[in-house]
Design a protein around this ligand. Structure first.
Ligand code: ATP
Ligand code: MG
Length: 566
């Protein structure tokens, strides 16, 4: 069982075991003091927050220890891979704040070398063409405690193997009719060493090499060699590859170069509660229109998080906090939310936005009068200055900031009660009006005390509640999308029947129209981020225009009703 990791208490990043290995290797002068890593995505989907964990490590370690990090696309399967994914992967890595400089490589750059190596293995009687189907081959694999069965083609003569392998590559045989296998050991307990398939026939053209090849290396055959060809010293990958390591080492040993070997170090992959990370399943969500696309703000993809309002700093900070270990776990998604709150708290200007407006009429405030009240943009950062917000006789407040019959300790507005409109005056509720048909409260009538203007010295009067507000005649109408977790199960993809769809949260998106925003938000641009006071952090959506502003909620404020009575 995977455990839910609660890590909020210990928020200090420390040197990971991987970093310690690197430090030791450098101290010992291994690889002439070189450190060279790579990030090897398969271009078959968009990057997600799990990939960010690998990216931060691969690029981060190289950066910290004066090394280099390559970007290498593992494009060994032309059927699933697309150029769209390559472009998005590059954009996302740059956005996270990392740079591969000129070192953009592709496994397909090495198809020639890999093919030659395969031929070499055949010549050394270390590989053979198997005419059996993948199903039969797999049924002969045995179990970890029972040896596998040798293929009837295992002893095929070298000449015949060579001839068949070349013909496979010339397109003479159907897909699936033959494969090339390494001849290692059908009895070893490590199943990956039981004559693994290293080449298969694929006739779909490749996005970079076209129809030049009809055989393609398996990931396990390509990966370690690509690392070696690029001079990678530290090959950092997730735990599931630990068991593949002897195979990768075996291949490098057969290359017989003897100069050096990449050191593979495995770490735990990132799993997040209430989140599903598999690219294949994320693609299903997109294809089945369960979300609006790869960059739907509910997706765990980097482009989704970006559109949701996450910053690269918040994501990097989160990755730092969870660290790298050898233990599979599920990290709490609230830690990610905590990281973005922490970052936006410092960066995001505070503004007034009313999601569900209720009109307040201040009956003793002169009609036509407008005052500009000065409001601090971010109490965490004085250098962000102040702004002027217009105040007038009619303002909107949040519908649920008013109650006709409030419970005890309701420090907001109710008949006879007083509150401060933040940055402006204290008002008192005198009366309200209902809609005759629906009975809903339509307008609330208040009086204000002119001596209570914030920043003035006339009155020391204090009230318990402070509300955000927007002047009605100056308000901008906006659409606001309230996002919540996409799944309402802690481990949506880890259940027995594997049907994550039934855990989709039906209220993961709520669209509000007719929200009222203060006029300073007229000239925003996509991805601008704000704290709507008392509500949360919001980010301007890509589709937002001046005539139809759209904001996505990144996260709510942790403590929505914390008093801001300053
Ligand atoms: P998925 O299982 O989501 O399809 P993948 O492992 O097939 O992902 P790749 O494109 O092969 O995706 O991954 C590129 C790199 O990112 C690999 O080194 C992989 O180990 C790492 N990676 C992928 N998912 C995670 C994760 N959840 N946590 C940490 N690293 C990850
Ligand atoms: Mg993979």
């Amino acid at each position: 069982m995977r455990m839910l990791e609660e890590k909020k208490e210990e928020l200090k990043p420390s040197v990971s075991f991987i970093e310690q290995f690197i430090i030791d290797d450098l101290k010992e002068g291994k690889n002439n003091g070189r450190i060279h890593t790579r990030f090897p995505p398969e271009p078959n989907g968009y990057l997600h927050i799990g990939h960010a964990k690998a990216i931060c490590l691969d690029f981060g370690m190289a950066q910290k220890y004066g090394g280099k990090c390559n970007l290498r696309f593992d494009d060994t399967n032309p059927v699933k891979e697309e150029v769209e994914y390559i472009d998005s992967i590059k954009e996302d890595i740059r956005w996270l704040g990392f740079d591969w400089e000129i070192r953009e490589y592709y496994a397909s750059d090495y198809f020639g070398k890999l093919f030659d190596f395969a031929v070499d293995l055949i010549k050394k009687e270390l590989a053979y063409v198997d005419d059996q189907s993948a199903d039969i081959i797999s049924s002969q694999k045995g179990t970890p405690t029972q040896p596998g069965t040798e293929s009837p083609f295992r002893r095929r003569p070298v000449k015949e193997n060579l001839d068949l392998f070349y013909k496979m590559n010339e397109g003479e045989f159907e897909e699936g009719s033959r494969v090339l296998r390494a001849k290692i050991d059908m009895t070893t307990p490590n199943m990956h060493m039981r004559d693994p398939i290293i080449y298969r026939i694929i006739k779909t053209p490749h996005h970079r090499t076209g129809s030049k090849w009809m055989v393609y290396p398996m990931y396990d055959f390509a990966h370690g060699q690509c690392d070696y060809f690029e001079g990678i010293t530290h090959s950092l990958c997730t735990l599931e590859f630990e068991i593949h390591r002897p195979l990768y080492d075996w291949f490098i040993d057969q290359l017989k170069t003897g100069d050096y070997k990449p050191r593979q170090i495995e770490f735990n992959r990132l799993n997040l509660s209430f989140t599903m990370m598999s690219k294949r399943k994320l693609l299903e969500l997109v294809q089945e229109s369960k979300v609006s696309g790869w960059d739907d703000p509910r997706m765990p993809t980097l482009c989704g998080l970006r559109r949701r309002g996450y910053t690269p700093e918040a994501i990097r900070r989160f990755i730092d906090l969870i660290g790298y270990t050898k233990v599979e776990a599920i990290n709490d998604v609230s830690l990610l939310e905590h990281a973005v709150r922490e970052d936006l708290n410092i960066k995001a200007p505070r503004v007034f936005g009313v999601l569900e407006p209720l009109k307040i009429i201040i009956t003793n405030y002169p009609e036509g009068k407008v005052e500009e009240v000065e409001i601090v943009n971010n109490p965490e950062d004085e250098s962000m200055g102040t702004r002027k917000v217009p105040f007038s006789r009619e303002v909107y407040i949040e519908k649920d900031d008013f109650m006709e019959n409030p419970p005890h300790k309701f420090f907001r507005l109710a008949p006879g009660m007083e509150v401060r409109l933040k940055g402006a005056y204290i008002i008192k509720c005198e009366n309200f009006k209902r809609n005759e048909k629906s009975g809903a409260i339509e307008e609330v009538y208040c009086t204000y005390d002119p001596l209570t203007r914030s920043g003035g010295h006339a009155s020391e009067k204090k009230v318990k509640g402070t509300l955000h507000w927007v002047s009605a005649q100056h308000a901008i109408d906006a659409e606001i999308r309230l996002y919540d977790r996409l799944f309402d199960h802690e481990d949506p993809a880890g259940q027995k029947d594997d049907d994550y769809r039934k855990f989709l949260n039906p209220s993961s998106l709520k669209i509000l129209n007719g929200c009222k925003l203060e006029p300073s938000l007229r000239h925003v641009k996509p991805l601008d981020k704000f704290q709507f006071q008392r509500l949360g952090y919001f980010c301007v959506d890509y589709g937002s225009t001046e005539s139809h502003p759209v904001f996505n909620r990144t996260v709510s404020l942790k403590d929505t009703w914390a008093k801001i009575n300053k």
